[in-house]
Design a protein around this ligand. Structure first.
Ligand code: SF4
Length: 264
């Protein structure tokens, strides 16, 4: 059965996973984070990214010979009642796109999960594959773009199309989430509109990204405010050059965890 065909024939056009408004429709209707995650994994709304994620999986990489790539949108990872969110930009072609879990199977994830483990928010420092036993405590890791993009650069249109999933995730986690760390300037730009859509007031002009930046976003509906933090991305380009050191990363994550009411 094709992804666009149900047991009683073709899906109505507006419900097909390759419809441009599939993310908006399905994210808004999802009754829970697990339901949103499940719907997300069927999404095919961005033709270029669908082609890329599947091409990467077909061609593979010598180091991962024998791997059956996930090659689908990668959902957030961590408890759905987390108080802290860590948000990157998009899965890596041979990382999350291979393993099916955010920041898993690449150097960026090695750095991130080791830091979360250091401050007591992960049970182990390693993230190698989806059954590696990794568990997060009070923190969930997600992204504003859920498919691996060529050259790690989604187009503005792809970024805007995918935003609905993050906005939906934020809406569903609103009762518990109190702080959010954005990794990198691209992610920062992509996340701010989703935060506004989910019910927090984003100042004008928009707050600028910086490592260590901290902004309190006031709720527009009387709900809880959100403590927003900026952090350099955990990319190899930053960690290999020392632009982002383990201490710098741990410091921002610790501040955010404290702001979220976690006690690392
Ligand atoms: S990037 Fe987002 S909106 Fe585009 S196909 Fe992937 S999951 Fe769907």
């Amino acid at each position: 059965m094709s992804v666009s065909e149900g047991p009683e024939g073709p899906e109505p056009a507006e419900r097909r996973p390759d419809a441009p408004d599939y993310p908006v429709r399905e994210a808004a209707r999802a009754p829970s984070v697990p339901a949103l995650d499940e719907r997300l994994t069927h999404c095919r709304a961005c033709p270029r990214l669908v082609d890329w994620r599947e091409q990467v999986a077909r061609e593979g990489r010598r180091a991962y010979a024998g791997w059956d790539y996930w090659a689908r949108p990668v959902p957030g990872f961590g408890p759905d009642d987390a108080r802290l969110l860590v948000v990157g930009l998009a899965p890596a072609a041979h990382g999350g796109n291979r393993t099916g879990r955010m920041f898993t199977g690449d150097r960026s994830g090695d750095v991130l999960y080791a830091a979360l483990h250091r401050i007591g928010l992960a049970n182990q420092p390693d993230a190698t594959h989806i059954d590696d036993g990794l568990r997060l405590y009070g923190v969930r890791v997600t992204a504003p773009v859920h498919c691996a993009p060529p050259a790690n650069k989604p187009t503005p249109e792809e970024r805007d199309t995918c935003r609905a999933w993050l906005a939906g995730e934020l809406r569903l986690m609103r009762p518990t989430v109190r702080a959010l760390v954005v990794l990198g300037a691209f992610g920062w730009q992509a996340v701010l509109p989703a935060l506004a859509a989910a019910g927090w007031s984003v100042p004008r002009p928009r707050p600028a990204f910086a490592h260590g930046a901290h902004v309190t976003l006031v709720a527009t509906d009387g709900g809880p405010d959100l403590e927003l933090f900026g952090c350099y991305h955990v990319s190899q380009r930053n960690t290999f050059t020392g632009r982002l050191t383990p201490t710098m990363l741990t410091d921002v994550l610790s501040r955010a965890a404290l702001a979220a009411g976690l006690r690392p």
